[in-house]
Design a protein around this ligand. Sequence first.
Ligand code: PRP
Length: 175
Amino acid sequence: MNETIEVLIGEEEISRRVKEIGAQITKDYAGKAVTLLGTLKGGVIFLADLAREIKLDVFMEFIKVSSYGNESESAGKVKLEYPEKADLAGKHIIIVEDIVDMGYTASWLCNYLHGLNPASVKLCALLNKPERRKVKGVEIEYLGFTIPDEFVVGYGLDYAQKYRCLPYVGKLRME
Ligand code: PRP
Protein backbone atom coordinates (compact mmCIF):
# COMPACT_ATOMS: atom_id res chain seq x y z
CA MET A 1 0.00 0.00 0.00
CA ASN A 2 1.13 3.50 -0.86
CA GLU A 3 1.20 6.15 1.85
CA THR A 4 0.67 9.75 0.78
CA ILE A 5 0.48 12.82 2.96
CA GLU A 6 -1.57 15.91 2.24
CA VAL A 7 -0.62 19.04 4.17
CA LEU A 8 -3.29 20.07 6.66
CA ILE A 9 -1.43 22.67 8.72
CA GLY A 10 1.67 24.13 7.13
CA GLU A 11 5.00 24.91 8.73
CA GLU A 12 4.45 28.68 8.84
CA GLU A 13 0.99 28.39 10.28
CA ILE A 14 2.31 26.13 13.05
CA SER A 15 5.20 28.46 13.74
CA ARG A 16 2.87 31.47 13.99
CA ARG A 17 0.55 29.68 16.39
CA VAL A 18 3.41 28.38 18.54
CA LYS A 19 4.70 31.95 18.88
CA GLU A 20 1.24 33.15 19.92
CA ILE A 21 0.86 30.41 22.52
CA GLY A 22 4.35 31.13 23.84
CA ALA A 23 3.49 34.82 24.19
CA GLN A 24 0.24 33.99 25.96
CA ILE A 25 2.00 31.69 28.44
CA THR A 26 4.67 34.34 29.01
CA LYS A 27 1.93 36.81 29.90
CA ASP A 28 -0.15 34.42 32.01
CA TYR A 29 2.80 33.22 34.10
CA ALA A 30 4.64 36.55 34.40
CA GLY A 31 7.04 36.50 37.33
CA LYS A 32 6.86 32.71 37.69
CA ALA A 33 8.86 29.78 36.43
CA VAL A 34 7.01 27.17 34.39
CA THR A 35 7.64 23.46 34.01
CA LEU A 36 6.72 22.10 30.61
CA LEU A 37 5.84 18.44 30.95
CA GLY A 38 6.16 16.85 27.54
CA THR A 39 4.42 13.59 26.70
CA LEU A 40 6.71 11.11 25.00
CA LYS A 41 7.04 10.75 22.22
CA GLY A 42 4.51 12.85 20.34
CA GLY A 43 4.83 16.05 22.35
CA VAL A 44 8.58 16.46 21.95
CA ILE A 45 8.74 18.51 18.75
CA PHE A 46 6.01 20.91 19.85
CA LEU A 47 7.61 21.28 23.28
CA ALA A 48 11.02 22.07 21.81
CA ASP A 49 9.60 24.91 19.70
CA LEU A 50 7.21 26.20 22.35
CA ALA A 51 9.87 26.30 25.08
CA ARG A 52 11.88 28.78 23.03
CA GLU A 53 8.91 31.11 22.66
CA ILE A 54 8.30 31.45 26.40
CA LYS A 55 10.25 34.34 27.84
CA LEU A 56 10.37 33.07 31.42
CA ASP A 57 12.39 30.51 33.34
CA VAL A 58 11.34 27.29 31.64
CA PHE A 59 12.03 23.82 32.99
CA MET A 60 11.48 20.69 30.95
CA GLU A 61 10.30 17.31 32.18
CA PHE A 62 8.96 14.34 30.28
CA ILE A 63 6.45 11.62 30.97
CA LYS A 64 5.42 8.54 29.07
CA VAL A 65 2.12 6.80 29.47
CA SER A 66 0.58 4.09 27.36
CA SER A 67 -3.07 3.42 26.62
CA TYR A 68 -4.42 -0.03 26.22
CA GLY A 69 -7.81 -1.42 25.41
CA ASN A 70 -9.36 -0.12 22.23
CA GLU A 71 -12.00 2.31 21.17
CA SER A 72 -14.73 -0.24 20.58
CA GLU A 73 -14.32 -1.55 24.10
CA SER A 74 -13.81 2.06 25.20
CA ALA A 75 -11.52 0.66 27.85
CA GLY A 76 -9.29 3.74 27.91
CA LYS A 77 -6.92 2.36 30.49
CA VAL A 78 -3.76 4.41 30.90
CA LYS A 79 -0.53 3.19 32.43
CA LEU A 80 2.48 5.21 33.56
CA GLU A 81 5.67 4.02 31.83
CA TYR A 82 8.14 6.74 32.82
CA PRO A 83 9.24 8.16 35.22
CA GLU A 84 8.48 5.94 38.17
CA LYS A 85 8.21 8.94 40.44
CA ALA A 86 8.01 12.52 39.26
CA ASP A 87 9.06 15.32 41.60
CA LEU A 88 6.70 18.07 40.55
CA ALA A 89 5.50 19.34 43.91
CA GLY A 90 5.15 23.12 44.04
CA LYS A 91 5.74 23.55 40.29
CA HIS A 92 3.59 25.37 37.77
CA ILE A 93 3.13 22.53 35.30
CA ILE A 94 1.99 22.87 31.72
CA ILE A 95 1.37 19.49 30.10
CA VAL A 96 2.49 19.67 26.47
CA GLU A 97 0.63 17.22 24.23
CA ASP A 98 0.71 16.80 20.48
CA ILE A 99 -2.95 15.80 20.35
CA VAL A 100 -5.99 15.32 22.52
CA ASP A 101 -7.98 12.63 20.80
CA MET A 102 -10.31 10.45 22.89
CA GLY A 103 -9.04 12.36 25.91
CA TYR A 104 -7.98 9.40 28.05
CA THR A 105 -4.33 10.41 28.24
CA ALA A 106 -4.91 14.07 29.11
CA SER A 107 -7.56 13.23 31.65
CA TRP A 108 -5.40 10.60 33.34
CA LEU A 109 -2.41 12.95 33.38
CA CYS A 110 -4.35 15.79 35.00
CA ASN A 111 -5.61 13.49 37.74
CA TYR A 112 -2.19 11.97 38.31
CA LEU A 113 -0.46 15.33 38.48
CA HIS A 114 -2.95 16.82 40.91
CA GLY A 115 -1.94 14.06 43.30
CA LEU A 116 1.68 15.29 43.26
CA ASN A 117 0.84 18.64 44.89
CA PRO A 118 1.93 20.97 42.11
CA ALA A 119 1.36 24.74 42.36
CA SER A 120 -0.87 24.49 39.24
CA VAL A 121 -1.60 22.23 36.28
CA LYS A 122 -2.72 23.34 32.82
CA LEU A 123 -2.97 21.52 29.53
CA CYS A 124 -1.46 22.73 26.27
CA ALA A 125 -2.08 20.77 23.07
CA LEU A 126 -1.11 21.42 19.49
CA LEU A 127 -4.16 19.59 18.14
CA ASN A 128 -7.64 18.81 19.35
CA LYS A 129 -10.01 16.30 17.75
CA PRO A 130 -13.27 16.98 19.58
CA GLU A 131 -15.29 14.60 17.38
CA ARG A 132 -13.41 11.67 18.86
CA ARG A 133 -13.73 12.63 22.52
CA LYS A 134 -14.78 9.92 24.96
CA VAL A 135 -13.88 11.67 28.20
CA LYS A 136 -15.86 14.70 29.22
CA GLY A 137 -14.39 17.76 30.88
CA VAL A 138 -10.88 17.79 29.39
CA GLU A 139 -9.99 21.46 29.42
CA ILE A 140 -7.31 22.60 26.99
CA GLU A 141 -6.04 25.94 28.25
CA TYR A 142 -3.64 26.49 25.33
CA LEU A 143 -4.65 25.02 22.00
CA GLY A 144 -2.98 25.20 18.62
CA PHE A 145 -5.66 23.93 16.24
CA THR A 146 -8.95 22.07 16.21
CA ILE A 147 -8.95 19.46 13.47
CA PRO A 148 -11.51 17.11 11.93
CA ASP A 149 -11.45 13.37 12.50
CA GLU A 150 -8.60 12.57 10.10
CA PHE A 151 -5.53 10.44 10.68
CA VAL A 152 -2.76 13.00 10.98
CA VAL A 153 1.01 12.70 11.11
CA GLY A 154 3.98 15.04 11.37
CA TYR A 155 5.31 17.58 13.87
CA GLY A 156 5.58 14.85 16.49
CA LEU A 157 2.73 12.61 15.37
CA ASP A 158 3.52 9.22 13.91
CA TYR A 159 2.19 6.35 11.93
CA ALA A 160 4.09 3.20 12.99
CA GLN A 161 6.80 5.53 14.38
CA LYS A 162 7.29 7.24 11.00
CA TYR A 163 6.74 10.87 10.01
CA ARG A 164 7.28 12.47 13.44
CA CYS A 165 9.92 14.82 12.03
CA LEU A 166 7.87 16.32 9.21
CA PRO A 167 7.74 20.10 9.73
CA TYR A 168 3.98 20.20 9.01
CA VAL A 169 0.87 18.29 10.06
CA GLY A 170 -0.60 16.25 7.25
CA LYS A 171 -3.41 13.82 6.56
CA LEU A 172 -2.18 10.32 5.91
CA ARG A 173 -3.82 8.46 3.09
CA MET A 174 -3.33 4.79 2.26
CA GLU A 175 -3.80 4.00 -1.40
C1 PRP B 1 -0.89 9.84 21.48
C2 PRP B 1 -0.72 11.33 21.75
C3 PRP B 1 -1.44 11.56 23.04
C4 PRP B 1 -2.49 10.48 23.06
C5 PRP B 1 -3.83 11.08 22.78
O1 PRP B 1 0.14 9.17 22.11
O2 PRP B 1 0.63 11.70 21.85
O3 PRP B 1 -0.58 11.43 24.15
O4 PRP B 1 -2.15 9.52 22.06
O5 PRP B 1 -4.81 10.10 22.70
P1 PRP B 1 -6.09 10.07 23.64
O6 PRP B 1 -6.62 11.47 23.76
O7 PRP B 1 -7.02 9.18 22.85
O8 PRP B 1 -5.70 9.47 24.95
P2 PRP B 1 0.57 7.65 21.76
O9 PRP B 1 0.04 6.75 22.84
O10 PRP B 1 0.17 7.34 20.34
O11 PRP B 1 2.14 7.67 21.92
P3 PRP B 1 3.26 8.54 21.14
O12 PRP B 1 3.11 9.97 21.64
O13 PRP B 1 4.55 7.93 21.59
O14 PRP B 1 3.02 8.42 19.66
